[in-house]
Design a protein around this ligand. Structure first.
Ligand code: NAD
Length: 359
């Protein structure tokens, strides 16, 4: 089988961690027998320098011709003086999401075994390991509803159509089916009419997934439960704004941003085929540590794992990558951001090599 991906490394630590993910990709090609053709394109600050804009048409064309986008990160102090919409992040990521209708954002918050010390929560709350997946609706709700501004008042509108709720619910149920078979849908149905509708539609969709247990939770309670007892969750489903807030909260539980991958999908992944999507670390371009060879490549490597899982419909490959990362951490190797007493400090390239050989 041959697949093609657009490789958009971007700025700061993006190219450094991407290099390690590509080492892992070479190995995965051998293991899976899938040939993955790579086309490199500029995005973010480097694209502004080389082409005059953060998302050149040529980069969009490269993405359109590919089965998936592997994205690094964009941004840096040298582009911060540009007007907001022209800056690397707003000028590249938002238009990419819009252009490809990436309506589902999946962000796992993972605490690997042995890394509970990196979490700001007490070790007994984290337990042996933690793996919560936040599925966030990315193109509807309060952020995209009608906005009005007058001298003495302003308003935003939360609108969800049945179609928008159904399609994100299907993605969340299917993800839960491949994991712990538990889905918690977040709403504020006690106050918001749009959220009463959300709850009704999610409940309707649940009838197609009798093997997944569905529960509902108000968003304020969910914010509290995530720090009180995060292990009660498997998959969390939330509308755009609630998901924005809860996924950031969940990612902090994991400790370092350098560990967390994400996927943004344009459809429900079909078995063996996947769905078009953009796969990237949850963190940014980390200009404070760029160019020093000390960035943690694990988020980028796990993003590649998610690309196989959701982009190519090969969930078993994500499992292999996850296990290789766990093995390297269990042997005590750490990059600086997750280093604790008694562990062995390694740089970005060495971490990439260790994970590749563990595979
Ligand atoms: P950041 O995520 O880049 O960095 C926050 C902190 O986390 C820093 O201390 C950084 O060193 C650390 N960190 C992040 N990734 C790491 C890794 N892989 N290994 C080790 N440490 C890591 O967020 P920021 O400082 O707020 O933003 C920096 C730039 O990144 C800005 O220009 C911002 O616009 C951009 N940004 C881009 C994206 C994206 O490309 N998706 C997302 C967020 C921020």
């Amino acid at each position: 089988m041959t697949k093609s991906i657009a490789v958009l490394s971007g700025d700061g630590i993006g190219p450094e961690v991407m290099q390690e993910a590509l080492k892992v990709l070479d190995k995965l090609e051998k293991i899976t027998g899938v040939t993955v053709e790579r086309t490199f394109a500029d995005v973010g600050g480097i694209a502004i320098d080389n082409h005059g804009k953060a998302l050149p048409e040529s980069t969009v064309a490269t993405c359109e011709a590919s089965d998936a986008i592997l994205f690094g990160s964009v941004g840096g102090p040298q582009w911060e003086k540009l007007p907001g919409p022209e800056q690397p992040e707003r000028g590249a990521l938002l238009p990419l999401r819009k252009h490809f209708n990436l309506y589902a954002n999946l962000r796992p918050a993972i605490v690997f075994r042995g890394l509970a010390g990196a979490s700001p929560l007490k070790a007994e709350i984290i337990g042996d390991e933690l793996n919560v997946l936040v599925v966030r609706e990315l193109t509807g709700g309060l952020y995209f509803g009608k906005k009005e501004r007058q001298t003495d008042w302003a308003s935003d509108t939360m609108v969800y159509t049945r179609m928008e709720i159904e399609r994100i619910a299907h993605i969340a149920f299917q993800a839960a089916r491949m994991r712990g078979k538990k889905l918690c849908s977040i709403d504020k149905a006690n106050v918001l009419t749009s959220m009463v509708f959300w709850r009704e539609v999610v409940t309707e969709v649940s009838q197609q997934y009798p093997d997944v247990s569905l529960s509902h939770m108000y968003v304020d309670n969910a914010a509290m439960q995530l720090v009180r007892n995060p292990r009660q969750f498997d998959v969390i489903l939330a509308e755009n704004m609630f998901g924005d807030i809860l996924s950031d909260e969940a990612s902090m539980i994991a400790g370092s941003l350098g560990m967390l991958p994400s996927a943004s999908l344009a459809g429900a992944p079909e078995p063996g085929k996947g769905a078009f999507g953009l796969f990237e670390p949850s963190g940014g371009s980390a200009p404070d540590i760029a160019g020093q060879g000390i960035a943690n490549p694990i988020a980028q490597i796990l993003s590649l794992g998610l690309l196989f899982q959701y982009g190519f419909g090969m969930p078993e490959v994500y499992g292999r990558v996850h296990n290789a990362v766990q093995q390297v951490l269990t042997r005590g190797f750490r990059t600086r951001d997750i280093q604790t007493e008694g562990t062995t400090l390694v740089d970005t390239a060495r971490m990439g090599e260790l994970i590749t050989s563990a595979l």
